[in-house]
Design a protein around this ligand. Structure first.
Ligand code: GYE
Length: 332
């Protein structure tokens, strides 16, 4: 019995390893050299991160690395630099190394089925972190921990509806979207649009990606300001793009928060500081501190325990006063 299992496992490992080598998947990923994470009792997690595009992401990476260390989990961390192909390579490499658990934050929603199937066939559980995938087969992953991005978009829209209550003039809105195809970009756009569509005075005059970065947020806002002289509101899918846009607005001689009202998502320290100074008007919180819960889930999944299919993050919203009050204790 045992020897048969060993043979099957060895053949299987060799096949996967060969496949991984063929696509150069092992490059840059520090393996433990024995090709098997199952040997010692320390749980090994392979984590594929999106990149380092925002303050949110930096805080998220820190949370995951610190929580793994605190939980005694060996973390193999791989930065995909915003590219899905790098994430797929990293996941294949984790499979070849036979980590105990794979966790990742998918840069975009689509195109994951084949690699997730490979992980499932190898019997390595997958945990989706922060962002989800659009796979119809939900047995390809054990659980998804992260925020409700549609709800975040709705909260942004609800603030706007209240802010312009009783007014009938047209409200010209420009939108800075996150990375194209990313769950938080798709969902924050959809949630917001869903709420404001009830009132025709809200007009989204332009909506473009700012890639979740300050640089792109600034550049796209510069272009918006040139094309549309009458912008009333900016809705940015994260703080970083909003902060970049603030620079563009100030450079154009306008007052952010007054001439153009600004709504963002995340509530990282820099965003909260701008809100406290009145340069941003409203922030919807999205917590990056997913590390502790992720490590708990990894331990449970590894022990074969049943876990919730969806673990939601608890979040709030901030206006100027609330941001000022929260800033001194802000962790990220
Ligand atoms: O809002 C943004 C980051 O996926 C929730 O990604 C995350 C988003 C976050 O780049 O700042």
């Amino acid at each position: 019995m045992r020897s048969l299992e060993d043979v099957v496992r060895k053949n299987w490992s060799a096949a996967v390893l060969a496949g991984a080598l063929a696509v150069g998947a092992l490059a840059g990923c520090g393996g433990d050299g024995d090709g098997g994470g199952g040997g010692d009792d320390k749980l090994t997690m392979g984590f594929s991160q999106v990149g380092a595009e925002s303050g949110w992401r930096t805080a998220n990476t820190k949370s995951i690395q610190e929580s793994a260390a605190a939980a005694g989990i060996e973390l193999k961390f791989s930065d995909a630099q915003g590219k899905q192909e790098n994430q797929i390579k990293a996941i294949r490499s984790f499979i070849a190394q036979r980590v105990d658990v794979i966790a990742f934050s998918p840069v975009v929603e689509s195109g994951w089925d084949p690699v997730l199937k490979e992980a499932k066939d190898a019997n390595i559980p997958v945990i989706l972190t922060d962002r989800s995938v659009d796979s119809a087969d939900t047995t390809l992953y054990k659980t998804f921990i992260g925020s409700d991005f549609v709800l975040e978009g709705k909260k942004a829209g609800e603030w706007l509806v209240k802010e312009y209550e009783g007014k009938s003039e047209t409200v010209n809105i420009v939108e800075l979207q996150g990375t194209p195809g990313a769950a938080p970009a798709n969902d924050r756009k959809a949630g917001f649009a869903d709420v404001i569509k009830a009132d025709p005075k809200f007009k989204t005059v332009a909506s473009q990606t700012g890639q979740f970065t300050r640089t792109d947020g600034k550049e796209v806002m510069e272009a918006f300001l040139k094309t549309y002289p009458d912008i009333d509101v900016l809705y940015a899918h994260n703080d970083d793009m909003g902060l970049g846009a603030i620079e563009a607005i100030e450079a154009a001689g306008k007052k952010p928060g007054t001439d153009i009202k600004i709504i963002t998502v995340d509530a990282v320290k820099d965003g909260m500081t701008a809100l406290s100074q009145g340069k941003i008007n409203f922030i919807v919180e999205c917590s990056p501190l997913l590390g502790p819960q992720l490590m708990d889930l990894a331990k449970k999944v590894n022990a074969g325990e049943q876990v919730e299919a969806r673990v939601l993050t608890e979040e709030t919203t901030f206006n100027q006063e609330q941001a000022t009050a929260a800033l001194p204790d802000r962790k990220y």
